[in-house]
Design a protein around this ligand. Structure first.
Ligand SMILES: [Cu+2]
Length: 634
């Protein structure tokens, strides 16, 4: 009953906080001078690029900071018809038949603990996958997973300081390996998994490193150690009660939950030494049999965020149902591990004493969730229940020095280069939920809101509000100068097996019912632009854009179909289309490319089933000669 009462109080606090904010301050206090500080002149670029997770939209939003302009959206786990992501054969294969993902935590690649602008990793919680986006072209290049044995990768991906690893951990535990089980046997038969996924330092390719069998708690968030704590990774959990129903009551009983501290080098070494058991193709380590790879540290009250400060000395945990951030000393933890001073174990994982590891308790306010840092030794913690950000000093006397209201219930927050060894201390962005009246309602669900806050003065100052589509959770912000995006794919490096680079190679080949169209696109025609096929044929259009000019992408859309894609300069993509019935089917360039864009079209002539068609068709040689001459002149 006591817990029910506390929860009711917490809910009442949410309502009171929200109502209070609404009544007290609709404007938010941004001064006229704030406009100047967010204004980026036409033609000028933003100083930072921010990557916001798209939540259950399954993608990544890119915003410029401080203008808060939406620059682009990167499709990741969800199809995007405008560019043909999830429609062309290449991206369809990468999505593996799934058309939904829940993207939570963008993780920029790091070198020596600083964002290096090479890749962005992001998790799909639901199918336990991690995607790698290349920041050379802002495109998803790999989707790794579903990671075996893992159920809901929420604590994911949180790269290590040299991007050696990205991590994932089960939020909802299930039997490992998954098999028929009674939910009443949850504590006995269910297990969580913490996985370390290796990242190739040259090209970012992800591959399985190790998995660790964990108690069936709900593993929630993570952060990699840095500096002295490099080599370790930290994972918070709630539901150490191991409840399997009515979690809102039953998972809030214990005074203490935990964070897990994983020595990822020791875990990898144990796998390399053959100490793992293979389960569903993954090497799984059992801490009861392989000691020294993971420890539990008590944390009050269902923690969410676990954040390592820039020097790497402190691990800061936010218990959702307490009013403090618990700060742990990494050095103290190491000392306790060395002395083997444990307070028992949970399923083979030694538990360290709370008091042996704790450095400080910082009274930040109600509902602390997540902490970010600046360049002056300050931390910024989001307070969900108070709808505030608290600024506090990392180090004695561990004081809260400033607070600012946000509108309203803040989840995560993002500081400029805030997860690195060298945060810049310029901005923090509040990622707000339940934002109510910041915008005219667009129906029962209001737009989500984010707020840019200036950290450069003695007091935090709200500069700007901007709406976001469903539903950014976590975000990271990198200095724009670190991004070196390229604008064309060099044709000579196009190694697509079905690319054609000369007009003379344009052709149509048929084998049985399979038709391969080797097509080139260049301003302002497709070659070939007449395709003859039979009813029932599977037609594969391999379209190569021969352009080598900035921003000249062509589209390829087929009437009465779901077939559309964008092909960028120097790129080849393949679209499958089924010739369903005899007749004429036009296709066209769907992406504006030039003055004669409207003329960039062609026809498919579908003949009755079984008609006789040559096994190789080539465009008129006079026409290809003319195109070759034109290309030669370019
Ligand atoms: Cu075009």
């Amino acid at each position: 009953m006591k817990q029910r009462w506390k929860l009711a109080l917490a809910v009442a606090s949410i309502l009171a906080a929200t109502a209070g904010c609404m009544a007290a301050n609709r404007g938010g206090g941004a001064s006229g001078d704030a406009a100047r500080r967010t204004y980026v002149k036409p033609g000028e670029h933003d100083a930072y690029y921010a990557f916001l997770s798209g939540g259950h939209h399954g993608n990544v939003y890119v915003y410029g900071m401080p203008s808060c302009r939406h620059i682009t959206t990167i499709p990741v786990f969800t199809p995007e018809p405008a560019v043909g992501y999830g429609y062309d054969e290449e991206s369809k294969a990468m999505l593996g038949g799934r058309t939904w993902g829940d993207a939570h935590h963008p993780g920029l690649s790091e070198t020596d603990g600083n964002y290096d602008g090479r890749w962005l990793f992001i998790n799909d919680m639901v199918s336990a996958r991690i995607a790698r986006i290349d920041l050379g072209d802002f495109k998803t290049k790999q989707i790794y997973g579903p990671i075996p044995n893992l159920s809901a990768a929420h604590a994911c991906p949180f790269p290590t300081p040299n991007t050696e690893y990205v991590f994932a951990a089960s939020r909802f535990s299930v039997p490992v390996p998954n098999r028929p089980a009674r939910v009443q046997d949850y504590g006995k038969d269910f297990r969580g998994i913490i996985a370390g996924i290796k990242v190739d330092p040259k090209d970012g390719t992800m591959s399985m490193g190790f998995e660790i069998l964990m108690p069936p708690f709900d593993w929630d968030l993570a952060d990699a150690g840095k500096g002295p704590s490099h080599g370790w990774a930290f994972f918070t959990c709630y539901n150490s009660e191991m409840a399997y129903d009515s979690l809102e009551i039953k998972a809030s009983q214990n005074e203490m939950d935990f964070f897990a501290a994983v020595d990822w080098r020791a875990a990898q070494k144990a796998v390399d030494e053959g100490k793992a058991t293979t389960i569903n193709g993954a090497p799984v380590l059992d801490p009861a049999k392989v000691p020294g790879i993971v420890y539990l540290v008590p944390v009050p009250k269902s923690p969410h965020g676990v954040d390592v400060n820039p020097t790497g000395e402190y691990v800061c945990c936010s218990g959702k149902l307490q009013a403090e951030v618990s700060v742990y000393s990494f050095a103290k933890m190491m000392k306790a591990i060395e002395k083997k001073e444990f307070d028992g174990e949970r399923m083979g994982v030694p538990v360290l004493e709370f008091d042996d590891c704790l450095e400080a308790k910082v009274p930040v306010g109600l509902g602390p969730l997540h902490t970010q840092f600046d360049d002056k030794g300050n931390a910024y913690t989001s307070l969900f229940l108070d709808s505030q950000i608290a600024k506090w000093k990392v180090g004695p006397p561990w004081d809260v020095t400033d607070k600012i209201d946000v509108y309203y219930s803040i989840g995560h927050l993002m500081a400029s280069e805030g997860d690195t060894r060298n945060p810049t201390g310029e901005y923090v962005v509040a990622l707000d939920k339940l934002s109510k009246d910041r915008y005219l309602s667009v129906g029962p669900t209001h737009p989500e809101a984010a707020q840019l806050i200036d950290l450069r003065g003695p007091k935090m100052e709200l500069l700007y509000d901007f709406p976001t589509y469903l539903e950014p959770h976590y975000a990271q912000m990198i200095r724009a100068e670190k991004l070196k995006p390229f604008t064309i794919y060099p044709l000579e490096k196009n190694s697509h097996p079905d690319a054609i680079k000369r007009a003379e190679d344009a052709r149509i080949e048929r084998k049985g019912n399979r038709v391969d169209v080797y097509m080139l696109a260049v301003r302002t025609h497709f070659t070939p632009d007449i395709v003859v096929a039979n009813e029932g044929d599977d037609v594969y259009f391999h379209v190569t854009n021969l352009e080598q000019d900035d921003d000249i992408a062509h589209g390829f859309g087929i009437l009465w179909s779901n077939c559309n894609m964008q092909v960028e300069p120097g790129e080849t993509k393949t679209m499958h289309w089924k010739a369903e019935k005899p007749g004429i089917v036009p296709f066209y360039c769907s992406n504006f490319c030039s003055a004669l864009h409207q003329e960039m079209q062609g026809l498919i002539e579908v003949r009755p089933r079984g008609s006789s068609i040559a096994s190789v068709q080539r465009p008129d040689p006079a026409k290809t000669a003319q195109i070759a001459a034109e290309l030669g002149r370019k």
